[in-house]
Design a protein around this ligand. Structure first.
Ligand code: PEP
Length: 245
């Protein structure tokens, strides 16, 4: 299966630089043997989608509301993302879980809303530093998978150890191998044969310098990239690493 390289632009990029970055990604994406996705903030989705129209680079949101519409001031529905040009959405990112108190149950409801609107969800799971120090990483991630993914699940899982996000600290290849093998086992245990086909991304300080090694680990189906996705050269270098596999 082709690997997926997804850029999470977080709360960065006004529309003009978003358009420029999207154009640079588009220009460098030709001929790559991986799937490419950029996830701008809400306000730049339409701009990025216009810059990428007719290309193989997809556009996604970074969150959506669990309801289709209603009195939810400041929120955005999955259908609104779709209407703005998105075809994917990141859900349950650790920054949403930590800063907005999102629970596994809420993430599962959002996944259902996303699929209903025609979006492909990327559901993030991962342990905190304390949980890893306490040896609870597999238990925590197993519960997150059980609680956040509806059955059936037609999407992607991203394993993002919280302590590696935006810190410059990357999980070792051994950590990634152990966790991705565990997640695959859990997916198969919880979803049967369908669990074999779910792509499992790694996210957490992935850079051009470490991407080749991380993307070569068994069961790694691509990367979710934060900081390095804000620079086309770095993002495309990671995409080239994914295309070599
Ligand atoms: C992320 O936030 O999903 C992420 C992986 O960020 P970074 O690459 O900056 O660690």
């Amino acid at each position: 299966m082709r690997q997926l390289i997804a850029g999470n632009w977080k709360m960065h990029m006004l529309r003009a630089p978003a358009s420029e970055l999207a154009r640079e990604v588009r220009a460098g994406a030709q001929g790559l043997a991986c799937d490419l996705l950029v996830c701008p903030p809400f306000t730049a989705i339409e701009t990025a989608a216009a810059a990428l129209a007719g290309s193989d680079v997809a556009v996604g949101g970074q969150d959506c509301h669990a309801k289709g519409q209603g009195a939810h001031t400041g929120d955005v529905s999955a259908a609104m993302l779709r209407d703005a040009g998105a075809s994917w959405v990141i859900l349950g990112h650790s920054e949403r879980r930590q800063n907005h108190g999102e629970t596994d149950e809420l993430v599962r409801e959002k996944v259902l809303a996303a699929v209903e609107a025609g979006l492909t969800p990327i559901v993030c799971v991962g342990e905190t530093e304390d949980q890893r120090v306490g040896g609870q990483e597999t238990e925590v991630v197993g519960w997150q998978i059980a609680g956040s993914l509806p059955k059936p699940f037609a999407g992607v899982v991203a394993y993002e150890p919280v302590w590696a996000i935006g810190t410059g600290r990357t999980a070792t290849e051994q950590d990634v191998a152990t966790m991705h093998a565990f997640i695959r086992e859990e997916l198969v245990r919880q979803f049967g044969e369908a669990g074999q086909g779910v792509r499992i991304l790694y996210g957490g300080s992935m850079r051009p310098a470490n991407a080749g090694a991380l993307l070569a680990v068994p069961h790694v189906g691509g990367g979710l990239i934060g900081g390095a996705s804000l620079n086309a050269e770095d993002f495309l270098a990671i995409a080239r690493a994914a295309s070599r596999g």
